[in-house]
Design a protein around this ligand. Structure first.
Ligand code: SF4
Ligand code: F3S
Length: 267
């Protein structure tokens, strides 16, 4: 078993900010090191790979050939639609759309990491100058998992990979193709400020007595009641804290309409 080949993972980065990779590096269970040194073969990843230039692209093509039908493709970032100017975002002279379609052709499954890949995210915000699309709008013949969030909870990324490696299939998903294990409950369902909400105790400004007492942030625009994610239970940075514990409302970053739906300080 020790000599068994580790499953190949090809990670494609398109219109993104690298926040999803930053998040991935903070995973503590499993750790990123444990994942890439013991569980998977990360054959292509702009930020984490040693190779560059032509050698990097050759590694991607080699991994696709060697593992046809069995490799996983992870995508972060949105993709300019095929009708948009292909020059909006290119890698090695090829459009994001061309690279995505070429790479997923013989993949076993596609994992869209982050709200940009899952739903279009910030690049898709009005007026969407690049015609940005989500992976699931462009790929219709592969199993797709969306791990949304801006960025996503790191353990949601590594947890889905670990599930696939352990059971050989993708986890159970919600209506937006998000894994139920991490997106099955709303932020509001598990928020530790919920008792204040239930008692009608709300902060009315960021520095009033209610804010100092840790009351509910709903009247400061908290989108926890309509946002599904695992922040309240998994938390961030080794379970140190999360937005609402830091005194800030949930912005709804894991929901499809994030950015255009008024997540920022609008009740
Ligand atoms: Fe719900 Fe937000 Fe209030 Fe928490 S702070 S109880 S998520 S409305
Ligand atoms: Fe995003 Fe809300 Fe969590 S803004 S990081 S889903 S608390």
């Amino acid at each position: 078993l020790e000599a068994a080949r580790r499953p190949s993972v090809i990670w494609l980065s398109f219109q993104e900010c690298t926040g999803c990779t930053e998040s991935l590096t903070r995973s503590h269970a499993p750790t990123l090191e444990g994942l890439i040194f013991e569980a998977i073969s990360l054959d292509y990843h702009h930020t984490l790979q040693a190779a560059s230039g032509e050698a990097a692209e050759a590694a991607r093509l080699q991994a696709m050939r060697d593992n046809a039908g069995a490799y996983l493709v992870v995508v972060d970032g949105s993709i300019p639609g095929p009708e948009a100017n292909p020059g909006y975002s290119t890698v090695a002279g090829h459009s994001n759309h061309a690279i995505l379609m070429e790479t997923v052709e013989h993949a076993a499954a596609v994992i869209a990491v982050g709200t940009c890949a899952a739903f279009g995210g910030l690049p898709r915000a009005a007026p969407n100058p690049t015609g940005a699309r989500a992976v699931m709008e462009l790929v219709d013949d592969k199993p797709i998992v969306n791990i949304s969030g801006c960025p996503p909870i790191p353990m949601a990324i590594t947890g889905v990979l670990a599930h696939y490696l352990t059971f050989g299939r993708l986890p159970e998903l919600d209506a937006y193709r998000r894994p139920l294990a991490f997106f099955g409950e709303s932020i509001h369902d598990r928020c530790y400020r919920r008792p204040f909400y239930d008692q009608g105790l709300f902060a009315e400004s960021f520095d009033d007595e209610g804010a100092r007492q840790g009351w509910c942030l709903y009247r400061l625009g908290c989108k926890g009641p309509t946002t599904y994610n695992a922040c309240a239970t998994q938390r961030w940075n080794g379970a140190t804290s999360w937005p609402i514990e830091a005194g800030h409302p949930c912005l709804g970053c894991s929901e499809p309409a994030f950015w255009d739906a008024g997540g920022f300080y609008q009740a």
